[in-house]
Design a protein around this ligand. Sequence first.
Ligand code: COA
Length: 180
Amino acid sequence: MKAELGRTDAPQPEELRIAPMLVSDIPEVTRIEQLSFSTVWPPNAFHNEIKDNKLAHYFVGRIGARVVAYGGLWVILEDSHVTTIAVHPEMRGLHLGERMLGHLIDEAIARDASWITLEVRESNRGAQSLYTKYGFTVVSTRRGYYSDNNENALVMWAGNLKGEIYRNRLRALKEALSAR
Ligand SMILES: CC(C)(COP(=O)(O)OP(=O)(O)OC[C@H]1O[C@@H](n2cnc3c(N)ncnc32)[C@H](O)[C@@H]1OP(=O)(O)O)[C@@H](O)C(=O)NCCC(=O)NCCS
């Protein structure tokens, strides 16, 4: 595992402790943001989201004291929108992104949302696979949505979050994660 964490074994997904993002987390979040995206949110964007936006719910995932993942959600009545999600590059492929996405979906359901949507770059197959695993499907394309390279965004959506079929799917995915 990563020398920075001072460990020799890979962390298990359940070691990720997810908690609301604090202002004091923003420097670590911004570092992961810079390592993860070609167009980055400045620190004040996270600050505004967590301090001023009543519709916004942002979380960090820590292993020990270190922030290794974050994610954000807006909930507007029955609709919810994943605004961002990222895992530190050194920590990818360990099912931490999956834990964070599951947490965002749980939060959306707890806040009474029935639908969840997001945009993802057409080239970002890894993220698309994660979303597909959690029941998202592509519903439309936003042409030239990303201004840095004019790339298209796929709009993905999952519905009926509170229905039995989706809840069972979520439960099965969580059980599979715990059993790893
Ligand atoms: C997308 C991201 C959050 C995924 O986090 P992660 O911790 O690396 O992914 P996980 O280990 O939780 O993967 C869970 C599932 O997602 C899919 N997946 C994730 N990364 C993948 C990849 N590179 N290729 C194919 N499938 C991938 C798989 O279905 C995987 O499940 P499996 O291992 O059982 O097949 C992470 O890669 C990231 O931070 N990327 C940069 C930022 C970004 O693109 N965010 C999304 C913006 S829309």
